[in-house]
Design a binder for this molecule. Sequence first.
Ligand SMILES: NC(=O)c1ccc[n+]([C@@H]2O[C@H](COP(=O)([O-])OP(=O)(O)OC[C@H]3O[C@@H](n4cnc5c(N)ncnc54)[C@H](O)[C@@H]3O)[C@@H](O)[C@H]2O)c1
Length: 396
Amino acid sequence: MANNSRRDFVKRAALGTAALFAFPNTRVLGANDRVRVGMIGLGGRGQDLLKELQQVRNAELVAVADIYNRRRDEAKKMAGGIQTYDDHRRLLDSKDIDAVIVATPLHLHAQHFGDTLKAGKDLYCEKTMTWSIPEAEQCLAAAKNSDRIVQIGLQHESSGALADAKNWIKNGVVGKVTQVNSWMSRNTPHGKGQWVRPVPSDCTAQNVNWKAFLDGRPDRAFDPYKFINWRLFWEFSGGNITENMVHQIAWIMSALDLPLPTSAYMSGGVFSEKDGREVPDTIAVTLDFPDIVLTWQSTFSNSRYGLGEHILGSDGTIEHVAGATDMVSGKSDEITRYFPEKSHMQNWIDCVRSRKSPNAPVEIGYRSAVAAHMANLAYRRKQRVTLEMAKAATPE
Ligand SMILES: NC(=O)c1ccc[n+]([C@@H]2O[C@H](COP(=O)([O-])OP(=O)(O)OC[C@H]3O[C@@H](n4cnc5c(N)ncnc54)[C@H](O)[C@@H]3O)[C@@H](O)[C@H]2O)c1
């Protein structure tokens, strides 16, 4: 838990935004003006976001603040001419930055959220918005009292699938929805826990501002494992609920326009790899909403069903799935099927050794390719294409 001084600090930062309606130093951007972006935290996600940003027309990452030397060096390699800071407050002081991406560990979001708005910058804050409910209240209030643009890193909210789901629900084709079932599943090689990252050799007390990472939490000696693997510990993380459930819950809540849940239940534990992590790897959550019950299940020891959501309505079903989706048809309820967890790459490597035929040998490669080309040819010719016609056709 955060200690009092830190809580007060976050509160002050949030309250400070109450007077943020006008910023004398804030640029008014025209349609063709370049948006100059700063980033706080250039770790795994920050680096992905930097690449995404580089694809966006008329936007540029001009500065990065990170408390780990290695990340600042990486920033310079990834984006030439970039300014780097070892303290996010210096980045926020810069008049040359219009907007800020916060991609720090979860426990720091509220602090960086509040500070960014206070500095008069627009904000993209990675999910989950905050580490706690009080922080969420503070950030909500800060954003409402500000005229800054705030986007949370829930990228599925920008998906076409959500737009479709909303329309179907609004148009009444789904009928009355009383239940939503959702799930998210992954697997890792045995003995390698999900999310566990190796600690780089340069991750030392000299190269990391550990105090800034703790940000008011009880002081202690530098712990490189926790600094790198913060996701595994409650003090800094909310585990898979804040890493992944949040994406799906946001999607479902938006689709159905749900209010806050009236109650929640969750069971599970650390079952997959007992590697010292605190946050559960196996989870079943039930959330109650007025007249709707929502479930979310998660495991890190089986990836068969990927991830998805089933919105069950009296007149129809919305199925939104990703990953392995060829589930038991539902018509064959007397059959129990077994799907072993196998890696396609592993199978190939195994066959390189055993000289056996792999799971997707050349024959299926050939047959599926021909089928695909026949389909394309029919499309391009706007006519039914026989195998003979396809074999005789000149490729174009
Ligand atoms: N939207 C998505 O799909 C998605 C995917 C992955 C991660 N995330 C989120 O992105 C965030 C970061 O995750 P990650 O995997 O990149 O973590 P990470 O540990 O790889 O990166 C965090 C970075 O923040 C830096 N940092 C720590 N304290 C700091 C401070 N006080 N000031 C400045 N920098 C500081 C660290 O040095 C590190 O470089 C998390 O909130 C995570 O949930 C979102």
